[in-house]
Design a protein around this ligand. Structure first.
Ligand code: ZN
Length: 240
């Protein structure tokens, strides 16, 4: 069967000289955040395909079964039991953001910061608040708080995402090495993607993680990928 793939480009697809761009410079996204907020938890694109669309990113799973982190080409599923599982190729994503991460900008932080202060610092570092970035923050964290969501059962859309998240499992970790994996999207992307910062966390030993709620640290390394924009996989149902 011939796959008909419709790609809808959003935001600025080309930044600077096109010769500097290559495959994987953009953030590829499965579906929209509004769809997920409306309770559309059915997976749309199998991770077997998504693993070819990026080596870095965040997302979730069919029936909202946990939080996804992709780092250096490894894909992880943090379920509501707090355990980190490798992502099976057959499982599908109802929502995910992926890119091939290449650092365009790095910064070492050597002063204690909490999560709010980190976001302020990142805003100072970003060249343009109206653009799309992939961001990794790695090092030893004094404290990390993550969450994961419970697998939902049909019929959807209830509970809506806001209600499902209210029943989230929260995990607190202290003195933990790991990496924050995430994106920054501009206010204009609100509803399409997550406007502002959205981070997931994976520990260095790959045993802990989840959607990041809070953190603090004394020393980390920030790497920022200036992406070429956001590409929405519109007809997600055509991917099998
Ligand atoms: Zn998340």
């Amino acid at each position: 069967m011939k796959l008909k793939i419709i790609l809808l480009s959003i935001g600025t697809l080309f930044l600077g000289a096109s010769s500097q761009l290559h495959k994987g410079d953009e953030i590829v996204q499965v579906a929209t955040l509004s769809a997920l907020l409306d309770g559309q938890y059915d997976g749309k694109i199998p991770y077997a395909r998504l693993k070819k669309m990026g080596d870095f990113g965040v997302g979730t799973f069919d029936q909202l079964d946990g939080e996804m982190v992709a780092l250096d080409g490894e894909f992880f599923q943090i379920k509501s039991d707090g355990i980190v599982y490798p992502v099976k190729n057959g499982i599908k994503a109802p929502f995910a953001d992926l890119t091939f991460f290449e650092a365009d900008q790095t910064e070492n932080i050597n002063t204690p910061l909490n999560y709010a202060q980190l976001r302020d610092r990142l805003l100072d570092l970003l060249p343009d608040e109206n653009h799309y970035y992939a961001i990794r923050v790695s090092g030893r964290f004094g404290q990390v708080q993550t969450r994961s969501v419970h697998k939902q059962q049909k019929p959807y859309p209830y509970p809506l995402l806001s209600e499902a998240v209210a029943q989230q499992e929260v995990f607190d970790y202290e003195d933990i090495e790991g990496t924050m994996v995430g994106t920054y999207m501009p206010e204009s992307a609100s509803g399409v993607g997550v406007a502002g910062f959205h981070f997931h966390f994976i520990s260095k030993d790959k045993k802990r993680g989840g959607h990041l709620l809070d953190c603090n640290f004394e020393q980390v390394k920030i790497a920022i990928d200036h992406t070429s924009g956001l590409r929405l996989l519109k007809n997600a149902r055509n991917y099998n």
